[in-house]
Write a protein that binds this ligand. Structure first.
Ligand SMILES: Cc1cc2nc3c(=O)[nH]c(=O)nc-3n(C[C@H](O)[C@H](O)[C@H](O)COP(=O)(O)OP(=O)(O)OC[C@H]3O[C@@H](n4cnc5c(N)ncnc54)[C@H](O)[C@@H]3O)c2cc1C
Length: 343
């Protein structure tokens, strides 16, 4: 059997890469080990503003526009646009923060993202009101995974097993009996065990989330953020998360992170709630907060797409196109994201 591409990993990186290949009529096989990666525990928030400091980031506007277009393209074959038109509202800690927001919105790079309108929500404590982040949205993560996986399965693009590095022969471009032209590794933090790319500085950052059940349905069609993100997944079931931790990287739930989430939620909601799910994942982060893309220096048919950090959705959607252009046409990568910045 022969294929144009192999993709290893079925998180945001792998699935947005798959979209590039589908869109360009390429044949491929995506290996997914079925483990819950960072993408599946993520909140799905698409946000052009760093809410701690009220700043924006490199290519935020282009990334937002690109994601909106990409989700329409994906809707053409999955039948659904998984981008939910619910904006992020930042709950202000005090009057001073509100003033900083107002000042920041005069900056050219922020005026299209920070609304001048302040909004009061009845269902949570927000004595200093909230500021709306324009152009923010939320990906329906569960729907996106279901829709993409169903499509890949139906078209025989998905291999639901662990990719075994021992079966890869990069000199002959074979994986067992499968002959490929190019292979793209998109394994999230597991890339640290990939012997072809293992010296890249990918640092895990562990994040937990909760699903909580309120006694009664709460009417909220927005994402609220003070310490963490809160949004409705179903009537009285809400997502709350996620935490950040670079130190405690064990493979189990950290009770300290759960307490942090419980306290954060109690700060804005004074009623009772029941925790019905606790989950965690590891964000693949990079010190300079830019993804890592590129080609193996010796085996020119091997590529990597990683380091998506805390902005997995925007980064995966936008930069998957850069990786495709590199692999397919040899188009040079911007040096800011090229793996060669670490060599
Ligand atoms: C709690 C939390 C909340 C977050 N919230 C947001 C958010 O709101 N918005 C946002 O944009 N980002 C968010 N993120 C960040 C985002 O989730 C990550 O940037 C993104 O998921 C990384 O995607 P990835 O595909 O590189 O890795 P992953 O999602 O980890 O996917 C890699 C997949 O590859 C599989 N794999 C690895 N090795 C192999 C192999 N040999 N064979 C087969 N499969 C393999 C893994 O099991 C995994 O399923 C959040 C992260 C966390 C932890």
């Amino acid at each position: 059997m022969t294929t144009d591409y192999i993709i290893v990993g079925g998180g945001f990186a792998g699935l947005f890469l798959a979209h590039q290949l589908i869109k360009n009529g390429k044949n491929f096989q995506l290996f997914s080990d079925g483990k819950i990666g960072a993408s599946q525990v993520s909140a799905g928030i698409v946000n052009p503003v760093v809410l701690k400091k009220f700043t924006t980031f490199w290519k935020a506007q282009e990334q937002i526009v690109h994601l909106q277009k990409t989700m329409l393209e994906i809707a053409e074959y999955t039948g659904e646009n998984f981008l939910v038109n619910e904006q992020v509202y930042r709950i202000f800690h005090d009057e001073k923060e509100k003033e900083i927001w107002q000042k920041k919105r005069e900056q050219p790079d922020l005026q299209n993202f920070l609304s001048s309108e302040f909004v009061d929500f009845q269902i949570v404590s927000n004595p200093f009101a909230t500021g709306k982040v324009l152009q923010s949205a939320r990906l329906n993560v569960k729907g996106f995974f279901q829709g993409m996986q169903d499509f890949l399965r139906k078209n025989n693009f998905l291999i639901e097993e662990t990719f075994d590095y021992e079966k890869l022969n990069p000199e002959n471009s074979t994986y067992g009996n499968l002959k490929f032209s190019k292979i793209i590794f998109a394994e999230g933090i597991a890339a640290r065990q990939n012997r072809f790319f293992k010296n890249l500085p990918i640092v895990p950052n562990k994040g937990h989330h909760l699903l909580v059940k309120f006694p009664e349905p709460l009417n909220l069609s927005a994402t609220l953020k003070k310490k963490h993100f809160l949004f409705s997944v179903d009537e009285n079931i809400f997502y709350y998360g996620g935490t950040y931790d670079r130190e405690n990287l064990g493979n189990s739930i950290d009770e300290a992170a759960i307490s942090q989430l419980k306290n954060g939620l109690s700060e804005i909601y004074d009623g009772s709630f029941e925790i019905i799910e606790k989950k965690f994942g590891f964000r693949p982060t990079v010190k300079d907060r830019r993804p890592i893309l590129g080609r193996h220096p010796v085996y020119r048919n091997l590529f990597i797409f990683n380091g998506l950090g805390a902005r997995g959705i925007l980064n995966a959607s936008y930069f998957s196109q850069h990786l495709f252009d590199l692999a397919e046409n040899g188009t040079a990568l911007p040096q800011e994201i090229d793996l060669r910045r670490f060599t």
